[in-house]
Design a protein. Sequence first.
Length: 253
Amino acid sequence: MLEYNLPRYLPSAEELPDSDETPVDNELQELIPGLLKAILLILWSERMDWLFGIDMGIYYHPDKPPIVPDGFLSLGVERFYDEELRPSYVLWDENVVPIFVLEVVSQNYRKEYTTKLDEYEALGVLYYVIYSSRRRRKPHLEVHKLVNGKYELQEGNPVWLPEIGLGIGCERGNYCGVTREWMYWYDEQGQRYLTPAEQVKQETLRAQQETLRAQQETLRAQQEAQRAQQAEQRVQQLTEQLRALGIDPDNLG
């Protein structure tokens, strides 16, 4: 349980703004976390104990503005608590700090490597992930893990996140008709999980292959039946020829 030195009256999520109302300055700030969420919706379709928020305010004090990451993941919370869904993420209601926070660096630098890193570190977010496709000399993806209260940069791409049971990484692919580098979830062996569109394509291909196999089996059955019919016709012809010669085929032995 989280403990706060807060006023007695605390506003609920419904009474707080759902974001900082700052528009994104690059589509990638929506598309990249949107893809990660879309994959999770398939991977964890049976689980109801997680939330992936996109551009959703995280409130940690009623008198302070929220922190609004591009994306964040919380585990051990209700996925839906009513049909209106969450307008924001209020820590004194949820009692769970997000385990994973994502910031996508755009053309306008928003202090992802300084102020925000300090904020997430102080908040106790276990994994702080920064993605910047504009970097040339450094990796596009940085995964920081909270160790003894301080963030430590993790090596590799993808990076395995054992507390989540997923890996996070980036590679070239196609999403929404755009071929570029995207962020994906990975399994422990480093194999990338498919996007929804890729899964549909895979299932369609599998269905087509099953249909083809069924058609081939039907064709083979038809060919076997035809061969059996031809063999029966040859037997009948031979029988008739023997009878014409005065030979009873039933007494041959």
